[in-house]
Design a protein around this ligand. Structure first.
Ligand code: GLN
Length: 390
């Protein structure tokens, strides 16, 4: 076991003792889950999958399908069309709450059932097979392998899904859904019944973490802008009426499902996922939350921590015959451009006045637009012996 996998394993074993909560009972097939199951996986930028515990145990994706179907709706329809049918405000209510925005009839957001059903309605296709086919294709691309529907969980969901059907009828009465309620609801039940492992979820999370490109298969699944929109909504709404506390404690966009799965995204770093069937009162996995929270803490993943690399870019100074070249590397944020200018001034003072000083920005992995604007503006006010290469 490599040292990072060993650290993940430590986190998992420490949380094994948590025995509170119960598996979801309102879908009979889920109530039979083995409550001792516990798994965790993390996927990094090069697609390396590290998995510990029962990493090959299969379970249905449930609500974790919601962000990925949202990604498909955004890719197919564009942000504005999606926003006409579903909001993006945290509801502060349970996942299956029967509440819509006064006036428009829009559900609060795509992560609660009402909003997810409205999102599934947006997927191209007038029948269950076409809609589900597109959804399965998209989620499979996120996971990097072909996913399939567990027919018995689907049958169980459909047989007990009257609350979701009621929500869909309510949406139709407001014109949020226009076609057949049955088509939409059955497609939604099928998307929730897709079978995954914790590895699959970690790869799906990683695809969002790396801007919509699956780091295992190398395939671009969605545009960066779509991945960013999905992550934004997961950040504010992904954990239902626990989203605020989750953001405070863990600081990562995340999504949970009632079968006990949970995934979280550390942008540009990791996609992670946990699985354990016992749920708390919000419908989130008790041990899943504890594992991801501890992981985020130990690995320093909170999104709102200061990031040195944005403020202090990588600078390598090369001495040439005519003067100096500052080679910039990594990511140049706005704050970083100020640092570059300071280094430039220090260098200039220490050199003879005829020495040429060049800033080479051509090898930056990422340059924030404002950083480049600030750099160019600085160069305009400088004598001509200062040069910017971009
Ligand atoms: N299929 C489940 C439902 O609609 C999904 C809910 C969830 O995972 N929170 O009730």
């Amino acid at each position: 076991m490599d040292p990072i996998t060993a650290l993940l394993d430590d986190v998992l074993e420490e949380m094994r003792g948590l025995e509170s909560g119960e598996p979801a009972a309102y879908i009979p097939e889920l109530a039979d889950a083995d409550v001792d199951t516990l798994a965790f996986a993390a996927v990094g930028p090069r697609g390396r999958v590290r998995a510990v515990g029962d990493a090959d145990t299969e379970f249905t994706i449930q609500s974790i399908s919601k962000p990925f179907v949202l990604a498909l709706a955004l890719a197919e329809r564009g942000r504005e069309s999606v926003l006409q049918k579903v909001g993006v405000e945290p509801s502060g209510e349970p996942f299956n709450a029967i509440s819509l925005e006064p006036g428009t009839g829009r559900p609060a957001n795509p992560m609660v059932n009402a909003g997810a059903i409205a999102t599934t309605a947006l997927i191209v296709g007038d029948d269950v097979d076409t809609k589900t086919g597109r959804i399965v294709e998209m989620l499979s691309a996120f996971a990097g392998r072909s996913l399939w529907v567990d027919e018995s969980v689907y049958a169980s969901e459909s047989a007990t899904g009257d609350r979701n059907r009621a929500l869909a009828h309510l949406l139709r009465s407001h014109g949020v859904i226009t076609g057949s309620v049955d088509t939409v609801v059955e497609s939604y039940f099928r998307q929730c019944s897709l079978v995954v492992t914790v590895r699959d979820l970690a790869v799906m999370a990683a695809t969002l973490a790396f801007g919509g490109r699956n780091p295992v298969t190398g395939v671009r699944v969605v545009e960066e802008a779509v991945a960013r929109d999905v992550l934004s909504i997961m950040t504010s709404c992904g954990m239902y009426d626990f989203s605020g506390e989750w953001l405070l404690r863990v600081g990562l966009p995340a999504k949970s499902g009632v079968s006990g799965g949970l995934l979280a995204v550390a942008p540009s770093q990791f996609g992670v996922a946990a699985f354990s069937p016992r749920l708390d009162q919000h419908g989130n996995s008790v041990r899943g939350i504890a594992v991801v929270e501890t992981f985020a803490e130990r690995f320093g993943m909170h999104l709102l921590e200061p990031h040195e690399s944005v403020a202090v870019p990588a600078v390598r100074v090369e001495t040439t015959e005519s003067g100096r070249v500052l080679h910039l590397g990594g990511e140049l944020g706005f704050a970083g451009s100020e640092r570059v200018v300071a280094v430039l001034r220090e260098l200039a003072e220490a050199l003879p006045t005829e020495a040429v000083v060049t800033v080479d920005a051509r090898e930056l992995a990422r340059a924030h637009p404002a950083a480049m604007i600030a750099l160019r503006a600085e160069f305009e006010t400088m004598p001509s012996r200062f040069r910017l290469q971009e």
